[in-house]
Design a protein around this ligand. Structure first.
Ligand code: GLN
Length: 245
């Protein structure tokens, strides 16, 4: 029997900065190569999202304007979404999407874009002229070295487990040198790239978590990641000034 997973992809047009949609393609390919069917359900309205049937979710980054546009629809999904996350639903929230899983995102002029409030944190933009831009490299205790690209005005402050420690770039905010968060099977991150193409270890962790939740045991054959590993090393060695083994 072919395993089948369903992924909710939220606001694919509005929340798709720097090719975040590519993460969906990566998951689909890495599932397909293992004979797992990954179905994608694009969500543009709250009524379309059926959380009890979902195995994965992805919410990408967006400009302040686009975050404001989707938020009204988004907050209507809070309760079932939160329930599913507590039940182990696995998901990836990137940059603008990561900010929106928290309580609010405050712009430099004090305007607040309401978040889902599924997790207990906030983001704020101190100075509109200052953006946190560039390559971002992280050492994650769970996943090893991770790389990607960041471009955000908002800084996020939380007390959850971080995805990792910043080696180069900024990450969550200017003061802590921490990047992203992990809560149950949810990853929040400022890494664009798309992050899953640059860090297949995250993609496989997501697939595994979804398979385990739905089917129990989940043997996942390994794939050849030589190209991805080589690209990561090149970026890391240039940006960090020390060699990645
Ligand atoms: N608009 C948000 C910010 O600037 C998110 C940007 C993004 O998703 N890259 O902080």
């Amino acid at each position: 029997m072919q395993p089948v997973l369903t992924m909710l992809h939220f606001f694919p047009e509005h929340l798709n900065l720097y090719g975040d949609r590519g993460n969906v393609t990566v998951l689909q390919k890495r599932c397909g190569w293992r004979n797992i069917l990954l179905k994608i359900q694009e969500i543009r309205h709250a009524r379309e999202a059926c959380f009890p049937e979902a195995d994965l979710f992805m919410i990408g980054g967006g400009s302040d304007r686009e975050q404001g546009l989707v938020m009204e629809e988004l907050v209507q999904m809070k309760e079932p979404w939160k329930e599913a996350i507590e039940d182990g639903l696995c998901g990836l929230a990137i940059c603008g999407g990561y900010q929106l899983l928290g309580e609010y995102y405050e712009l430099a002029d004090g305007t607040r874009i309401q978040g889902l409030g599924i997790l207990d944190y906030y983001s704020r933009c101190g100075d509109p002229r200052r953006r946190l831009v560039g390559n971002l490299g992280v050492i994650s205790p769970r996943f090893g070295p991770l790389v990607g690209f960041e471009n955000h005005g908002g800084e996020t402050f939380h007390a959850y487990e971080a995805l990792g420690d910043v080696v180069f770039g900024y990450g969550n905010n200017l003061s802590k040198k921490k990047e992203g968060l992990v809560y149950k099977h949810v990853i929040g991150t400022y890494l664009h790239g798309p992050v899953l193409s640059k860090n297949p270890v995250l993609a496989d962790w997501m697939i595994m978590a979804a398979l385990r939740r739905k089917y129990g045991e989940a043997p996942l054959p390994s794939l050849n990641n030589e190209l991805e590993d080589e690209a990561k090393k090149i970026l890391w060695n240039r940006e960090a000034g020390h060699r990645l083994r």
